[in-house]
Design a protein around this ligand. Structure first.
Ligand code: HEC
Length: 482
């Protein structure tokens, strides 16, 4: 409740984060995998004395530099803006816990960007050995930035018992290393490294497909086949890493996936399972295309084919990241903070003292109106609705929009005030058998606040339609704000 709510109509703030993140993942993982591809290709070409190949690598390194240094950086900063606005409370927790982690990350990042530039601009200007060394410095620093960020990313799904034991006490920083090397740290690092290597190959096809096969048939065949080989190790390792990863995630999250797979025949997919399936199908398709086109008929491999592969890779990475995010729902930091910024430890206090009681976003005169018992007064009515809206913005809007993604209007259209009230009661009671518990946080607050939310939602969905929308419940006076 300490931060304002970012209202993104139709799309919702979560999708803005998701869209920027999908693109960023595609480019940033390429920045790491490509970091290894370049010096390895260069070393091979140098050893075999292939000047024509070196020429292609140089042109790929320009593409690489522009893409990673420009788009990679801009989308990286974009993520900061988006998560800062869309998930402020969660971002604040990450910063407070990992400020030194991020400082180290930026150091590696600085070396990474600098050496990418130096690598490109020193082609033919320094000795071959020196140039290769610069390439390896780039590769090392890029991978080390993954080593760092991976700790922070995996922390959100599996903060680990040591950190959770002190969460909310102010002692969190004392568990930095336990939080960093959390249960999914190593499987995720290996998984992401595999993805980096695969993406290095897929992006390299973009440059390599443009070699004129009629003019330089030998070069194109060699380069295409060498690039295709980049996909082999990870396609063998990826399923294994994925299995290890699944083995390390919390029981409840894995259950969500298993449930979807077991009930697939009956068509009861969970969203997570659907997304995971997209990952599997797109990855398999990439495999087939690379074998049939890039390997078997390298000369016919066109720029369009490379772009199609890239689109598939984008679908695969986006659905993988989506799966990872969904596995964590309804939490932003598993078992600690819900997606709407409410901490698990705050739930009882919010139910006892009120969700909006300490909110800085309520004016004193509004509070006074809430406490008035005169529900016939239009001013009191308006304040009651505003109270419901604040509840909606604070507790629901991180995942729902009014009219677009997970639209409140669509979900509630067929429900009258009574039925809306029933859902809110289920969300508030948050019993173990509640079907919503898997993906929605508990609704917190005083009974009057929940009534206000129900009335607000009812008005939002049914407007002034009197038949569907019975008169709002009378405003109940509440105890004075503490
Ligand atoms: C952590 C994200 C999240 C938050 C926060 C959240 N929801 Fe949901 N909600 C979901 C998801 C996911 C679904 C399922 C969407 C689907 O089926 O497409 C859903 C579905 C619903 C549905 C439809 C359920 C049904 O059975 O038809 C309603 C109604 C709803 N939410 C109301 C709310 C209200 C009210 C709040 C705020 C108090 C809220 N949600 C907060 C994620 C969330």
């Amino acid at each position: 409740m300490n931060y304002p709510v970012w209202d993104v109509p139709i799309l919702g703030s979560a999708w803005v984060i998701g869209a920027i993140a999908s693109f960023h993942v595609l480019v940033s993982h390429f920045a790491i995998g490509g970091g290894f591809y370049l010096p390895m290709a260069e070393r091979k070409a140098l050893r075999e004395g292939r000047a024509d190949w070196l020429e292609v690598i140089k042109s790929h390194s320009r593409f690489f530099m522009v893409l990673t240094a420009a788009f990679g950086t801009v989308t990286g900063v974009g993520i900061w803006f988006a998560i800062g606005l869309g998930s402020s409370e969660g971002t604040s927790t990450l910063i407070h816990n990992f400020v030194f982690g991020w400082a180290i990350e930026y150091t590696f990042f600085l070396i990474e960007v600098t050496s990418a530039m130096v690598y490109y601009y020193t082609w033919g200007r320094v000795s071959d050995r020196m140039h290769l060394t610069i390439g390896w410095i780039y590769a090392g620093s890029a991978w080390l930035s993954l080593v760092i960020i991976n700790g922070i990313l995996t922390f959100m799904l599996t903060p680990g018992s040591a950190w959770l034991a002190v969460a909310g006490t102010g002692e969190e920083a004392s568990r930095f290393w336990q939080a960093f090397f959390n249960p999914t740290y190593f499987p995720s690092l290996l998984l992401r490294t595999c993805i980096c290597i695969t993406l290095a190959g897929i992006w390299a096809f973009i440059t390599m497909s443009r070699i004129d096969g009629a003019r330089q048939p030998q070069l194109k065949t060699d380069v295409m086949r060498w690039t295709a080989k980049w996909l082999i190790p990870s396609f063998v390792l990826l399923p294994l890493c994925f299995a290890w990863y699944l083995y390390s995630i919390p029981e409840a999250s894995r259950g969500l996936l298993e449930l979807g797979v077991k009930t697939m025949g009956q068509g009861v997919f969970t969203q997570v399972t659907r997304a995971a399936l997209v990952t599997v199908i797109t990855s398999a398709t990439i495999c087939v295309i690379v074998y049939l086109l890039a390997w078997r008929s390298a000369l016919d491999f066109k720029f369009g084919h490379a772009c199609a592969l890239l689109l598939l890779a984008m679908a695969a990475t986006a659905s993988t990241e989506y799966t990872r995010e969904m596995l964590r729902k309804p939490y932003v930091i598993n078992q600690h903070m819900f997606s709407n910024g409410t901490r698990k430890s705050q739930v009882d206090a919010f139910n006892r003292d009120g969700y909006l009681t300490r909110s800085p976003w309520v004016r004193p005169e509004e509070r006074a109106l809430w406490q008035s018992g005169d529900s016939a007064d239009p001013k009191v009515q308006a304040a009651h609705m505003a109270r419901g809206e604040l509840m909606f913005r604070g507790q629901c809007m991180s995942c729902h929009t009014v009219d677009g993604y997970r639209s409140m209007r669509r979900f509630l259209e067929t429900r009258d005030r009574q039925a809306i009230g029933n859902i809110l009661t289920v969300l508030h009671e948050y019993k173990d058998d509640s079907p919503y518990k898997k993906f929605m946080p508990p609704l917190t607050g005083l009974p009057e606040e929940i009534t206000a939310l129900g009335d607000y939602l009812n008005q939002l969905v049914h407007g002034a339609d009197a038949k569907k929308a019975p008169a709002p419940a009378p405003v109940v006076p509440v105890p004075a704000a503490k």
